[in-house]
Write a protein that binds this ligand. Structure first.
Ligand code: AMP
Length: 268
């Protein structure tokens, strides 16, 4: 059985995860999509209350995509009275988004552990758009000997390169134009890396300089466990270049792994 955990408001990115799930389990296997806006991964000032919820439309989208089951529990089913256990993956959760979202990854790790326990998948599909989440969950499954293969699926993008996100709908038209500079900046860094640039500060500054606002972060970390890469990238050590920025009130993230192909960003 393959599990695709989501928070709903499903778009083409989610559909790609569902298709990859089907490819992995075959026509006879079961594909399950969970839809749960998980309260414990939102900070007190974040968008939990206004996060888009459209369960009926999402169930129809899942049916069209050939999904076998939708699991959409209520919050008090996932966190019944007396619930107190939390799962932490401290080192991977600390940098990047962990700086501004201190409770986020504990919420993610906890809810995904619960979803794994409830549904028992052999494989679980996550988007590389949320790269830190993907690496943290891969580490979680490995550390806890969970019998599930955690798979990262390449980021699905709009024609101009903007990564699809349920939060893109918050962007006003002028903000949407500015958001296109995110993939442009990542492409510029990939081009510099391809020309041999290995200086971490230079690559990070190159991205910062192409963004319309000062980003929350634009950082290179080791591609596996997001370790500090030092001042120079080493041969045969892929590194993720990750960015987060606010455009108006909307917080957007994106990334690319330098040292690996990235079909969504590389010239075809
Ligand atoms: P969310 O509903 O935003 O929590 O996302 C559910 C899953 O879909 C996560 O594993 C995300 O990383 C993944 N996802 C979201 N956007 C994209 C995208 N543009 N491309 C690929 N996967 C995505």
């Amino acid at each position: 059985m393959a599990l695709v955990p989501t928070m709903g408001a499903l778009h083409r990115g989610h559909l790609t995860l569902m298709n990859e799930a089907r490819r992995r389990v075959g026509p006879e296997g079961l594909v399950v999509v969970s839809i749960f806006v998980n309260p414990t991964q939102f900070g007190p000032t974040e968008d939990f209350a206004r996060y888009p919820r459209e369960l009926d439309a999402d169930v129809a989208r899942c049916a069209t995509a050939g999904v076998d089951r939708v699991f959409a529990p209520a919050a008090d089913a996932m966190y019944p009275s007396g619930d107190q256990t939390r799962v932490r993956v401290p080192t991977i959760a600390a940098p990047l988004c962990g700086v501004s979202r201190p409770v986020h990854f504990e919420g993610v790790a906890t809810v995904v552990t619960k979803l794994f326990a409830l549904t028992g998948p052999c494989v679980a599909l996550f988007g590389r758009k949320d790269y830190q989440q993907f690496r943290l969950l891969a580490r979680l499954a490995r550390d806890l000997f969970l019998p599930v293969d955690v798979v990262g699926v390449p980021t699905v993008r709009e024609d101009d390169g903007l990564a699809l996100s349920s939060r893109n709908r918050y962007l006003a038209a002028d903000e949407r134009v500015l958001a296109a500079s995110i993939p442009t900046a990542l492409r510029a860094a990939r081009a510099a890396y391809a020309r041999g640039e290995r200086d971490v500060g230079t690559l990070e500054d190159l991205v910062r300089g192409r963004l319309p606002v000062v980003p929350e972060y634009a950082s290179l970390r080791g591609a596996d466990d997001l370790v500090d890469v030092g001042a120079q990238l080493l041969p045969n050590s892929p590194a993720v270049l990750a960015v987060a920025l606010r455009i108006g009130a909307t917080r957007l993230i994106d990334n690319t792994v330098l040292g690996e192909p990235d079909p969504g960003l590389d010239p075809s």
